[in-house]
Design a protein around this ligand. Structure first.
Ligand code: FAD
Length: 544
């Protein structure tokens, strides 16, 4: 996928608005034949000429004219992130909340200039890097909140896409916030270095967005969130630049760097960061291990992480998910284990992990895939690990589901091991019951995306046949999602492990945070963004 190719206006994808016909046919067959969905019809996306995109309420200001536009197509493309309701509305041509203006600053000074103008003019600013956010935080504010502003502007960071400096001795690089995953690693590769953070959205998301949302990458243990790689960060706020010191670590008070990680555009625009980088792994060992049931698989994973083994990959997929990935063994749970190192063979760690898995009933019928030196090149083409790796690359499946009118969504959280079995049962029932109530039926799959010695980050995907009417389908999605989030709260957990708070998780985030914390965040926002123009309604409310 070419990250620089023109983006789809709705949901995941480049190169055209219509999802690939083969992918739609494949998805349709899977949903009908394997999951028992009633016959699904295929809709076409509404072309831009027929879409609802209100006229801009603002003229391009002279002082931003060199990098700002009110172009209809650009405004439509900056209306939404990729949360399911956003993809559905975009597919059906509803761009009612489109920003009035889209600014694409080429320098940090132009970012500052945009924020200064927006503050004076009372215009809401929505920073965007890749536009792949799934928590309803990427686009402009809507409804009553929008009425409080003179207009809305999307601030796209994509022109700031450079690796500015590399410190090979300390293995760190200064990278601009607008660089997408493939772009920044292509530049780092010239130094034989990489930023080893690969979220599933890697191709189309970027550094500023990752830091702003505290994204979770491919490392299942230890370096799970982008925060782990941030050495220092620079953010332009309406009140001025906010830059943290470049140090390996320090213990001086609450960490200012951590204030920026997860700030979701509500405090300012992340323009660059010094990131820890490393050589590409030279050794890799991986295996697909099968279990009868989620619980024994979870017990095995707990044993592995509590033994302080730190697999790069340690993903649990229940049997619904293994069928989605097209793996051969459809009736058992799958754990994909992978170790990687730039320095030494990882086979001994995999062997120990397989011993621990076997103690919990884990079977590895194909034996481990040992790739050894020459990372990835000798990967067997027909192994389940390889098939899993290919399926993990985002294809057209998500877009196909929108075209097929499917209600699909996710709920993710973090839970300590002691609560996991009871929580898992409650969550799967809550989602299945809600889907049955509003859609007549539904399927729920369970996976672990990341794991810690004290608990996993479970991730649930629901899929159900949806109503033909897009707004009714969004209502169905919302009921199922809420049932999941309410269950999260019954167990006193978090509404997000790595998808951020955005606007969609605000109500549940408010229940999670300590008393007074919202006040603390609002106080910080009042200092950095006194007029409250940054990402209104995301993470924290702007001042009245
Ligand atoms: C198919 C798919 C798979 C995904 N897989 C993963 C995954 O594996 N792991 C994961 O963590 N997430 C995943 N996501 C969610 C999403 O990709 C992440 O939240 C990602 O970090 C968003 O990055 P972005 O550059 O696209 O951000 P955007 O969508 O552009 O923005 C997200 C939020 O950050 C703010 N923001 C963006 N750029 C800046 C900036 N420079 N300064 C300040 N604020 C900014 C925005 O205002 C918004 O609130 C997935 C999404 C999709 C659609």
């Amino acid at each position: 996928m070419d990250p620089t190719a023109p983006r789809r206006r709705w949901g995941w994808g480049v190169a055209g608005e219509t999802p690939d016909a083969d992918a739609v046919a494949e998805r349709k067959a899977y949903l009908e034949d394997a999951l028992g969905f009633p016959e699904l019809s295929v809709a076409d996306p509404v072309p831009l000429a027929e879409a609802t995109v209100p006229e801009p309420g603002l003229a391009v200001p002279d002082r931003l004219a060199a990098f700002c536009s009110a172009d209809r197509a650009a405004r439509a493309r900056h209306t939404y992130g990729m949360a399911p309701p956003e993809s559905i509305r975009g597919f059906h041509g509803d761009f009612a909340p489109a920003p009035d203006l889209v600014a694409t600053p080429r320098t940090e000074d132009e970012v500052a200039e945009t924020l200064a103008w927006a503050t004076e003019a009372g215009v809401a600013v929505s920073p965007v890097t890749g536009g792949t956010g799934v928590a309803g935080g990427t686009g402009p504010p809507q409804g009553d909140l929008r009425e409080r502003y003179a207009g809305t502007l999307a601030l796209n960071l994509r022109e700031l896409d450079q690796v500015l400096e590399v410190d090979e001795t300390s293995r760190a690089a200064r990278i601009q916030g607008g660089a997408l995953g493939p772009e920044l690693n292509a530049q780092l590769r010239e130094h034989d270095l990489h930023l080893r953070h690969y979220p599933q959205s890697y191709q189309l998301s970027g550094l500023g967005g990752w830091i702003a949302t505290r994204s979770g990458g491919h490392y299942a243990t230890r370096y799970t969130h982008i925060d782990e790689f941030v050495q220092s960060v620079r953010m332009i706020a309406p009140a001025g630049a906010f830059e943290t010191q470049r140090l390996p670590e320090h213990g001086a008070g609450p960490d200012a760097r951590r204030l920026v990680c997860g700030s979701e555009g509500a405090l300012g625009v992340i323009t660059e960061a010094w990131m820890q980088v490393e050589p590409r792994p030279a050794y890799r060992s991986a295996a697909a291990v099968y279990f009868d049931g989620v619980e024994p698989a979870a017990d095995a994973i707990r044993a592995i992480v509590q033994a302080k083994l730190t697999p790069a990959n340690c993903r649990l997929h229940d049997r619904v998910e293994t069928s989605m990935y097209g793996l051969q063994d459809l009736d058992r749970e799958l754990v994909v284990l992978g170790f990687e190192s730039a320095d030494r063979p990882t086979d001994p760690e995999l062997e120990r992990a397989l011993e621990l898995a076997a103690e919990h009933g884990g079977e590895c019928p194909d034996g481990p895939d040992h790739f050894g030196p020459g990372y990835g090149r000798d990967r067997p083409a027909d192994s389940d690990v390889t098939r899993w790796g290919q399926a993990f690359q985002m294809g057209e499946a998500a877009g196909a589901e929108v075209a097929l009118g499917v209600v699909s969504g996710t709920v993710e959280t973090a839970v300590t091991w002691d609560k996991f079995p009871e929580f898992n049962e409650a969550m799967v029932s809550a989602l299945e019951d809600a889907a049955a109530e509003v859609c007549g039926m539904g399927h729920v799959s369970t996976r672990f995306t990341h794991v810690y010695p004290d608990g996993p980050a479970p991730y649930y995907t629901f899929m159900a046949p949806g109503a033909e009417d897009p707004e009714e389908r969004i209502e169905q999605w919302s009921t199922i999602k809420q049932a999941g989030l309410d269950t999260v709260m019954e167990f006193d957990l978090t509404p997000t492990h790595h998808h951020a708070v955005g606007r969609d998780h605000r109500d549940w985030y408010a229940q999670q945070i300590p008393e007074n914390y919202d006040e603390v965040l609002r106080a910080v926002k009042a200092v950095l963004d006194p007029a409250g123009v940054m990402a209104p309604g995301v993470l924290v409310d702007p001042p009245e």
